[in-house]
Design a binder for this molecule. Structure first.
Ligand code: T5A
Length: 203
């Protein structure tokens, strides 16, 4: 028995963490056994990498890409693959498409090059469905306003986020069977309804 793997993606502040929680709860209400993970993080190594990669010290684009890939490899080995092997559902707040959009597209490393760097660590594991919350970066910045702390990547501002948004559209064109863009404007419940419709329509 193999479980089902769904990832949620989007620019910073697109609302995907909120929607990941709502999706996990909705799936549990339907009787599914759901594991909810976030990237970078989800394992002791991943949380340690998160501190470094989102911390204030500058790093090269490839160093950044390798750090995210290392955290992902550990998450797949320790949490995602075992959960799927038990037939559970996995809802991930970011996965490989974050690296493809941020490092591959926005940092200019190349989507295929970054996918290739990640490939050995994930051993072919990809989500069954990836939902990208599509929102104008300025609107996402407004949603984050007032939350206080800003990490190193958020601190780079809307120009980077614009490139990331274009990157996600490129990723969706590259992997159209798996990656679906949905509008992230509207209330939490309106966006959740779009997420559920996408899940039901594609799984
Ligand atoms: N990164 C990550 C890479 O560069 N490469 C990688 O491979 C990976 C895995 C992660 C950073 O690392 C980068 C991407 C990121 O820059 P993070 O702390 O996990 O850092 O940051 P984010 O994933 O961006 O998480 P955020 O919490 O900042 O944003 P979310 O998850 O998009 O948004 P969310 O749900 O927290 O909502 C933000 C605010 O908006 C409100 C929420 O209540 C919240 O206050 N909100 C809404 N308000 C109105 N209407 C709606 N529909 C709303 N939905 C949410």
């Amino acid at each position: 028995m193999t479980g089902t793997f769904i990832s949620l993606e989007g620019v910073d502040g697109s609302g995907k963490s909120t929607q990941a929680v709502m999706l996990a709860e909705a799936l549990r209400d339907r009787g599914h056994d759901v594991v909810h993970v976030r990237e970078p993080g989800g394992t002791p190594l991943g949380e340690a990498v998160r501190e470094v990669v989102l911390g204030p010290d500058p790093m090269s684009p490839w160093a950044e890409a390798f750090l995210f890939a290392a955290a992902r490899a550990q998450l797949v080995a320790d949490i995602i693959d075992p959960a799927l092997a038990e037939g559970r559902w996995v809802v991930a707040d970011r996965f490989i498409d974050s690296s493809l959009a941020y490092q591959g597209a926005a940092r200019g490393l190349g989507i295929h090059q970054v996918a290739a760097v990640n490939a050995p660590g994930i051993g072919g594991r990809l989500p069954d469905l990836t939902i990208v919350l599509d929102i104008a970066p300025g609107a996402a910045t407004d949603r984050r306003a007032g939350r206080g702390s800003v990490d190193r990547i958020e601190d780079e501002g809307d120009a980077l986020q614009e490139s990331v948004a274009r990157g996600y559209r490129e990723v969706a064109r590259e992997y159209p069977d798996r990656v679906h863009l949905i509008p992230a404007a509207g209330t939490l419940d309106e966006v959740h309804a779009r997420v559920m419709a996408t899940v039901i329509g594609n799984l």
